[in-house]
Design a protein around this ligand. Structure first.
Ligand code: PMP
Length: 395
């Protein structure tokens, strides 16, 4: 995959949906009330398109912590982090993340995207090879291109192909395998147990993006690498606060040497504003809440996920290979995917519409994000509506 924002065929497709008034993209959110959102087009939609997997973005404890941070520090930090630092809240978030994980260091970034760019460009350069799963997040491909390393890709979760790429790269100074822990549009895991074994055999480094799994997957919610028991084999974990943690900002867990390199040299750390104090305050509250009641929230989420997966699979709806709170409902044709998204909104349910180029052509899907905050009734209604849509639209 290369990153190209200039393709005009693509712009035509999206413009046509806008012109005919059916575009489900860029809804303007007028207000939020728990799981209900009012948009510029619909007064009350149950939100099933978010990444707020633990339902924390609407939690009163996080809201109060954000407000308190604004009272103490104002609405912004003073300048670039290298020069003007960050607040005590940011400092405490780093310390809390460090204490939670077996890796030595934690470092905060303005976003998960900034974190991926920083880590990959710090670890790789022209004498190295980066080996990416083809379904990796676009920020991984951007960082890989920017690093100047040779970039190779393997078909999604294809370990035989990964092994052959590793075998054929022993002339390189470093081999770096980069995967998402949990794939954001497919809902399945990277087989990190097998990837760790291959990395041992071929002396490769591993970076894992746990954006969609941090807080949710693994015995302590540290992600898919923890789930497979290989966190100590990973060189860097990249994640974001913008999903299960209910805030914004990115972070990296890594070794002390790479942390130092990032802190002094990575442009998206040194020369970009850190997250706002309100976000750091909300994140700190979120991490404390996870320490107290993360296991309960994860149990609640799992019950909702099982309800939705069982109900939809029993009705024959194609959910790809998901095993998680990310539930792709495969519709395939792009226009039909947009039509189903609108049909659901007319019935009060918001899902995220994923079409080309964000997923491969003719694999359009509605991406449902189940959360611990959804009620059983909301999940049952979602299942009933999607089953009805699958008959109405034949997918
Ligand atoms: N990695 C993955 C896998 C993601 O899905 C995202 C966000 N969609 C990011 C990184 C970027 O995170 P952020 O929104 O904090 O920039």
């Amino acid at each position: 995959m290369t990153v190209d924002t200039r393709t005009t065929a693509l712009q035509d497709l999206y413009q046509e949906w806008e012109r005919t008034g059916v575009s489900p993209f860029f809804p303007v959110i007028e207000s939020n009330d728990g799981n209900l959102v009012a948009t510029d087009r619909y007064p009350a939609l149950t939100m099933f398109g978010s990444c707020d997997y633990l339902g924390l973005s609407q939690n009163p404890v996080l809201k109060e912590a954000a407000i308190d941070a604004v009272r103490r520090y104002g609405t912004n930090t003073y300048g670039a982090q290298l020069l003007c630092g960050h607040t005590r809240l940011h400092h405490d978030v780093e310390a809390t993340l460090r204490a939670m994980s077996p890796l030595d260091s934690a470092i905060l970034f303005p976003s998960g995207m900034a974190a991926n760019l920083a880590v990959i460009t710090a670890m790789a350069s022209k004498d190295d090879v980066i080996i990416n799963d083809r379904t990796d997040h676009v920020s991984i491909f951007m960082g890989s291109q920017l690093s100047g390393a040779e970039v190779r890709t393997f078909p999604h979760n294809n370990m035989a192909k990964l092994e052959s790429l590793l075998q054929r790269s022993d002339d390189k100074r470093r081999r770096i395998v980069i995967v998402d822990g949990l794939y954001s549009a497919d809902g399945d895991f990277a087989p990190l147990d097998q990837i760790a074994a291959l990395a041992d055999r071929y002396d490769a480094r591993i970076v894992v993006d746990e954006a969609h799994s941090f807080g949710v997957v693994g015995p302590n919610g540290l992600g898919v690498a923890e789930y497979y028991g290989v966190l100590d084999r990973v060189d860097a974990v990249v994640a974001t606060m913008s999903k299960a943690l209910g805030s914004t900002g990115g972070f990296v867990l890594t070794n002390a040497e790479l942390e130092r390199q990032l802190r002094y040299m990575a442009p998206s750390y040194t020369s970009s504003r850190g997250s706002a104090p309100a976000a750091a305050g909300a994140t700190l509250a979120s991490l404390r809440l996870l320490a107290e009641s993360g296991a309960d929230l994860r149990r609640r989420l799992d019950a909702n996920v099982q309800l939705v997966l069982t109900g939809l699979r029993a009705a024959g709806v194609d959910l790809m290979n998901t095993r998680s709170h990310i539930v792709p409902v495969l519709v395939r044709d792009e226009d039909k995917t947009v039509a189903v998204a609108n049909w659901l909104m007319e019935r009060g349910v918001f899902t995220a519409t994923f079409v080309y180029p964000h997923v491969p052509q003719n694999t359009g899907r509605l991406r449902i994000g189940i959360t611990a905050g959804h009620t059983t009734e909301e999940c049952e209604r979602l299942v009933a509506l999607i089953v009805e849509a699958s008959r109405e639209f034949s997918f």
